[in-house]
Design a protein around this ligand. Structure first.
Ligand SMILES: Cc1ncc(C[n+]2csc(CCOP(=O)(O)OP(=O)(O)O)c2C)c(N)n1
Ligand SMILES: [Mg+2]
Length: 412
């Protein structure tokens, strides 16, 4: 049974906060006062769990979603043991990969900028779990997990960060320049990926492909003019584009409250309906993305999704992340709302795997990442001649190109 409630937006709502507030008075006003649930372990088992790939039903916390100009997704989610274990494995792998990147950066083997997605794993893995293989995704800073999930490899990402030939951009791109046929990268110009996402959606619609494009941006990008221009065109042209605000409560070192006059990001699309969802519970993320995908495929045009989430680290490796928020806040999020621990609790309580079995999966993820680090380190750096490759689409190169100095000419 699908439970769905109409929760219209009211300006009276309190901002999504990290504390879980339950309405005590069962009135309409009290309903508006509810904040979105951001704990990772509040989903309840509704039907008997089955073995392997036999579906069973779980029910999300009733405050997992809020909506604007539309209905919230249903709270009952059909999952399998296989799904949940795979999501646990992928989130563990993504965290280990990012931790390894952090260590390589500290060892000065990765240079330049490096943005880690530790804490936000439920978003990337939850997205991938509900996307079709031909759907497209474009994002900004926290891009490494998406690069792996959308067709890349851990070695390919780590080698890219290390600037080695085995990297997904042959070592010439770096952290935010990693792509696959369905993943249009990290993008460093704040907000610029949003019109690109709308353009990808337009191209697919024009080519009559039955796909959905997800354009992700941070709370810190949400006030960019180009974001609103993209909203307008996507709505006007009814594009199959889902705009996704990953609200991790800070844009670099500026809190959402200091940068945005309206921090209810899911309500900022004017005529575009919106849904706010718990970004720490992977089951809620899966359900929200599945809902959004079905929305776009039903030709209803764009939708705004907001995931309330949290990054444990700073904006980049050069930001300690503790000058604009307290250590206690980060510690509280880690210990009470961690997406991996939340799913682990469900898996154990629902009798799908034991603590030891999950530890084993975690150990395997660590071993896979350790091996990827070694392989990436073994790969050579790009050579001088690689300066001239991967610039033009094969066969469209000009006869020659100038190098770093006027005298340095490369003939193709
Ligand atoms: C057009 C533009 N303006 C400013 C910057 C500098 N800048 C880099 S990240 C950032 C804030 C991004 O905030 P958010 O998207 O919330 O990312 P988070 O820090 O949460 O990862 C800014 C202003 C930029 N890269 N591009
Ligand atoms: Mg942010």
């Amino acid at each position: 049974m699908v439970k769905s409630k109409l929760r219209p937006y009211s300006p009276d709502v309190v901002q999504a906060s990290t504390t879980i507030k339950k309405a005590t008075v069962p009135t309409d006003r009290a309903r508006f006062m509810q904040t979105v649930q951001v704990a990772a372990d509040t989903t309840k088992l509704t039907s008997e769990p089955k073995d392997s790939n036999q579906p069973f039903t779980v029910t999300l916390d009733e405050n997992s979603f809020r909506s604007y100009r539309t209905e919230t997704p249903g709270l009952d989610v059909s999952v399998t043991k296989e799904n949940l274990l795979e999501w646990f494995e992928q989130m563990s792998l993504m965290r280990k990969m990012e931790q390894a990147a952090g260590a390589l950066y500290q060892a000065k083997l990765i240079r330049g900028f490096c943005h880690l997605a530790i804490g936000q794993e439920a978003v990337s893995v939850g997205f991938h779990s509900a996307m079709d293989k031909d759907d497209k995704l474009i994002t900004s800073y926290r891009c490494h997990p998406f690069a792996v999930l959308r067709g890349g490899t851990v070695t390919g990402v780590l080698a890219e960060l290390l600037g080695r030939q085995a990297g997904m951009s042959n070592g010439k791109g770096g952290s935010m320049h990693i792509f696959t046929p369905t993943f249009f990268g990290g993008n460093g110009i704040v907000g610029a990926q949003v019109p690109l996402g709308a353009g990808i959606a337009f191209a697919d619609k024009y080519m009559k492909k039955n796909t959905v494009t997800f354009a992700l941006y941070g709370d810190g990008a949400s006030n960019q003019g180009q974001v609103f221009e993209s909203f307008n065109m996507a709505k006007l042209w009814n594009l199959p584009c889902i705009f996704v605000c990953e609200n991790n409560k800070y844009g670099m070192g500026t809190s959402a409250e200091r940068s945005s006059s309206n921090t209810e990001y899911f309500t900022r699309g004017d005529l575009i309906p919106g849904i706010q969802a718990n970004g720490m519970d992977i089951i809620a993320v899966h359900q929200a993305v599945k809902h959004a995908r079905e929305w776009a495929l039903a030709d209803k045009g764009p939708l705004l999704l907001e995931f309330v989430t949290y990054r444990y680290g700073g904006h980049s490796m050069s930001d300690p992340g503790t000058t604009y928020r307290t250590r206690e806040e980060v510690q509280r999020m880690r210990s009470t709302q961690d997406p991996i621990k939340g799913l682990q609790k469900h898996i154990e309580e629902w009798g799908l795997a034991s603590e030891e079995e999950l530890k084993e999966i975690d150990k395997k993820a660590k071993a896979e990442v350790d091996a990827a680090v070694e392989e990436a380190k073994k790969s050579a750096e790009p050579e001088l001649r690689d300066l001239w490759t991967d610039i033009y689409y094969a066969g469209t190169e000009p006869p020659f190109m100038r190098g770093r100095e006027r005298e340095e000419i490369h003939h193709y």
